[in-house]
Design a protein around this ligand. Structure first.
Ligand code: SF4
Length: 328
C-alpha cells in the first residue's frame, strides 16, 4: 500500500485517483480545493455584519439553539464591531503580516443568520465586501429556513461574476435532535432549501454536528448519507461542544448531557467521511471554541492535537474519503 491507500495492481483497474489522493491526502481538504480554484492560497475572513437570527428574536423560536453563543464560533463577533470594509482591511492586514502567502481572501459573513434582512440591504453589504480588491468571493452562513427565492436569486446574481458559497446549518437530519437543540426548524427546511439551491451558480456547504444526545452511530452516519443525497458541495463537521451561558451548559453541568470522547468522535467522523464522495470538500474535521468560553469537552481546545490524532487514525485504519461511497 502507498500513502493513498491503494495497491498499484488494484489501482490499474480503477478510475484515476482524485487529485487530493494523488497528493497524499486522505480526504479532500478545503485548502487544496480553494488553491486549485484560485491558483493561490486563499484565506476566509470572518465578517460580522450585525445580523441577529430568527431563532433568537422570536420569529421561529426564542432563545436560539441550545448550544449557541455566536462569539464562541465566530471570531468577528468577539471583536469591537467595525464597518464591513474596516473589518476586512484589519483582518487582511493581520493575515498578511503573519502569512506572506495569503494573497486572496473570501469575505465570510459568519455570525448569526446572514440572509436575515431585506434583499436590498443584503445586496449592499455583499457588494461592499466584494469591492475590496483582494476579496475574490463570498461565503454566506445562514439557516435553511431563511433563504426565500429572492435571496437565492441575489446570491445567484453575485455568483455570475464571483465565487459564492452558501453555508447551511443543517446540523443533523433527525427532527428529534433539531427539537432537542431548539433549532426552530426541521429537516424539511434543509430539503426545501437544497431543492431551490441546486443548479444555481453558487456552491452549497452544510454544517453537521456529531455527538448530539440520543443519536446513535447509525443516526450520525445517516446524516452523512443525507448530505450526499442532498448534493452539498462541502461539509463542516463539528463535535458537539458546550460553551458558557447557554441552555446546553446547564444540562451538561447537571450531568444530563455527555460530550463525545475524542476517540469516539474521530472514529465516527472517519466512518462518515468514508461514505462521502471524493469530490465533496471537507472544510472542517472538528469544532473548536476559545478557552474562556468552553465548558466541555476540553479535548477540543487543542485543535492541532485533534487534527494530528484524526490524521493518525486515518493512517492506522488505512482509509480515505469515499472508500465506502458505494454503500451510501
Ligand atoms: S441558527 Fe445559528 S445563529 Fe441562530 S441560534 Fe442557531 S446557531 Fe445561533
Amino acid at each position: 500500500m502507498d500513502i493513498t491507500g491503494s495497491s498499484t495492481s488494484a489501482r490499474s483497474t480503477e478510475l484515476p485517483l482524485p487529485r487530493w489522493r494523488q497528493l497524499g491526502y486522505r480526504y479532500n481538504p478545503t485548502r487544496l480545493a480553494l488553491e486549485q480554484r484560485f491558483g493561490v492560497r486563499v484565506q476566509k475572513i470572518s465578517i460580522d455584519a450585525g445580523f441577529t437570527c430568527p431563532n433568537v428574536d422570536g420569529t421561529v423560536a426564542k432563545g436560539g439553539c441550545n448550544f449557541c453563543d455566536n462569539r464562541s464560533f465566530s471570531p468577528s463577533r468577539r471583536l469591537p464591531r467595525a464597518g464591513i470594509v474596516g473589518q476586512l482591511q484589519q483582518s487582511i492586514d493581520h493575515m498578511r503580516s503573519r502569512y506572506s502567502d495569503r494573497r486572496a481572501f473570501l469575505a465570510y459573513f459568519q455570525p448569526a443568520t446572514n440572509t436575515y434582512a431585506p434583499v436590498e440591504h443584503l445586496r449592499d453589504i455583499y457588494a461592499a465586501a466584494l469591492a475590496h480588491p483582494l476579496v475574490v468571493g463570498l461565503v454566506v452562513g445562514t439557516r435553511p429556513d431563511c433563504v426565500p427565492d429572492p435571496v437565492l436569486d441575489l446570491l445567484d446574481e453575485f455568483a455570475a461574476s464571483t465565487y459564492v458559497c452558501v453555508e447551511y446549518g443543517m446540523q443533523t437530519m433527525h427532527d428529534r435532535s433539531l427539537d432537542f437543540m431548539n433549532r426552530g426548524c426541521h429537516h424539511d427546511a434543509m430539503i426545501d432549501a437544497m431543492q431551490r439551491s441546486r443548479g444555481r451558480g453558487f456552491e452549497v456547504s452544510a454544517h453537521l454536528i456529531l455527538g448530539l444526545p440520543g443519536e446513535s452511530h447509525d443516526d450520525m452516519l445517516a446524516s452523512g448519507r443525507e448530505l450526499v443525497r442532498l448534493g452539498v458541495d462541502s461539509v463542516k463537521l463539528h463535535n458537539l461542544y458546550c460553551v458558557k451561558n447557554t441552555p446546553l451548559a446547564a444540562e451538561v453541568l447537571a450531568g444530563k448531557v455527555q460530550m463525545m470522547s475524542q476517540d469516539d468522535y474521530i472514529e465516527t467522523a472517519i466512518d462518515l467521511i468514508e461514505l462521502l464522495p471524493p469530490h465533496m470538500v471537507i472544510e472542517r474535521t472538528h469544532g473548536e471554541a476559545p478557552p474562556d468560553y468552553l465548558i466541555a469537552p476540553t479535548w477540543c481546545l487543542d485543535k492541532n492535537a485533534v487534527r494530528n490524532a484524526f490524521h493518525l487514525r486515518l493512517d492506522q485504519r488505512d482509509t480515505w474519503q469515499g472508500r465506502l461511497e458505494q454503500q451510501v
